[in-house]
Design a protein around this ligand. Structure first.
Ligand code: ATP
Ligand code: MG
Length: 436
């Protein structure tokens, strides 16, 4: 409201636009608020002190209120794809942006970058996303029948769907995301070209697909989003190894783990608990990793090495399509590599695993595997219980198991002796941490 009124009072048009108007009409609390105005970026900056201009070709203003950012965009005339303005991705986009700018020189002129509201509306994707709420008189401006489509719960691309998808193939993923989030159906014309055009996703910068992937799966509608990806024939061009695994074994362990993992992610988001890209990608790639690891093991590679190589290979292939940053793939690798250690409850090693910095994430994955029927539930319960014990009792709990489950590298009895000595030296308060 402050942003809208400040612009209006400075003599500009100011509209709330996009998802926020759509969501308000549907009674959903908007995730963020986008503002559109006829003020030029430099003019916007003059109106707000707390304002930063971002983006190269299309300059956008970010107005900051503490942690909140309101995105204020000047009406645009061009229908070119959205620019990624995320901090992480600006570099990649800039490199590509240069090439693109050259390709298009002559076609996109600086002079007609900005336009009026009746040019701006046509570059938007769906009619439901093209409603403008005017702060001057509280009216909603609707050039494309968006209000009716919201009422009918239909997603309909503005203009010729095929042209609009070719212009920016990410709109296909946005269709899946909005259909999932809003429970909308796709207008037949918007639905029809998807199967044929899905391969165009291969040409989208991988950094943008990463952003879109998080929006799709970490917005509280992962289960529905995944269903739409499948329905719309997009999965194979977005998560190819997963699509292949599900085609090979539609009711297998990987499919169950995925369903449980996505449902768990949605539950966490709805409960306002944190969700991490690391865990998400572990859930998405676990099936393909396990299949490849099993194949390698069959060809004679030792299991630990087979698992590590399979993880590297599946992740590397996926990263070419979706640019998952290393800060997520490295912990993912560790989470997967730790899995076999949960199946061995031999004393000292169990305590070391418990103290591993990646224990919690790896344990969460192990619990999911148990739920999916891949490892005995009783084993997951044991690890759950172990964590609830005070540190000094943990050694006793692992000790009580040792005789039936000696580690593969220790003679029976040997681990017990070691534990007794440790226990003797650290009777209480020890956290059962990793041995030196
Ligand atoms: P939400 O914020 O709930 O995810 P949104 O509709 O606000 O959904 P944003 O990505 O925030 O989506 O974009 C804001 C608006 O910008 C959209 O409503 C749409 O009008 C326009 N827009 C965004 N991305 C595109 C695109 N790829 N092609 C055309 N228009 C787009
Ligand atoms: Mg938005």
């Amino acid at each position: 409201m402050k942003v809208l009124y400040r612009l209006k009072d400075a003599g500009y048009q100011a509209f709330l636009v996009g998802g926020s108007v759509r969501d308000l009409l549907l009674g959903i609390v908007p995730k963020d608020f986008d503002v559109a105005t006829n003020a030029l970026p430099e003019e916007i900056r003059r109106v707000f002190r707390n304002c930063r201009l971002i983006g190269r070709r299309f300059r956008l203003a970010h107005v900051h209120f503490g942690d909140e950012i309101i995105e204020v965009a000047t009406f645009r005339a061009s229908a070119a794809p959205e620019e990624v303005d995320d901090e992480d991705h600006r570099e990649v986009e800039d490199v590509r942006g240069d090439a693109r700018a050259l390709d298009r020189s002559g076609r996109i002129l600086r002079d007609n970058l900005y336009g009026s509201i009746d040019a701006d509306v046509w570059r938007r994707d769906f009619t439901a996303n093209a409603l403008y709420y005017n702060i001057a008189d509280f009216s909603v401006w609707d050039y494309v029948g968006g209000a009716d489509d919201v009422k009918a719960r239909v997603l309909k691309l503005i203009g010729d769907p095929e042209v609009r998808y070719r212009e920016d193939p990410v709109r296909m993923l946005r269709a899946a995301r909005f259909a999932a989030k809003l429970g909308f159906t796709l207008h037949p014309g918007t639905r029809a070209p998807l199967k044929e055009l899905a391969p165009l996703l291969g040409g989208v910068p991988a950094a943008r697909l990463f952003d879109e992937c998080l929006k799709l799966f970490l917005g509280g509608h992962a289960v529905a989003g995944f269903e739409r990806l499948k329905d719309f024939d997009l999965l194979a061009h977005f998560l190819p190894s997963l699509a292949e695994e599900l085609a090979t074994a539609p009711d297998g362990e990987a499919a169950r783990l995925l369903a449980l993992g996505l449902a768990g992610t949605d539950a966490r988001v709805r409960a306002d608990r944190s969700v991490t890209p690391t865990f998400l990608f572990a859930v998405l790639l676990y099936g393909p990793i396990m299949r490849l690891a099993a194949e390698r093991e069959e060809s004679g590679i030792p299991s630990v090495q087979a698992l590590a190589e399979a993880t590297d290979s599946v992740v590397a292939a996926q990263v070419r399509r979706i640019a998952i940053p290393k800060r997520f793939t490295l912990p993912l690798r560790e989470m997967v590599a730790l899995q076999p250690r949960f199946e061995r409850r031999d004393g000292r090693k169990a305590l070391a695993l418990l103290a591993h910095p990646r224990f919690r994430a790896a344990y969460d994955l192990f619990v999911l595997r148990a739920e999916a029927g891949g490892v005995p539930q009783e084993l997951a319960d044991w690890w759950t219980e172990l964590q609830t014990l005070p540190a000094e009792s943990r050694a006793d709990m692992v000790a009580s198991l040792a005789p039936t489950e000696p580690g593969p590298d220790a003679a029976p009895g040997a681990p017990r002796r070691r534990r007794r000595r440790r226990g003797g030296r650290r009777p209480a308060g020890g956290d059962g941490g990793a041995p030196a």
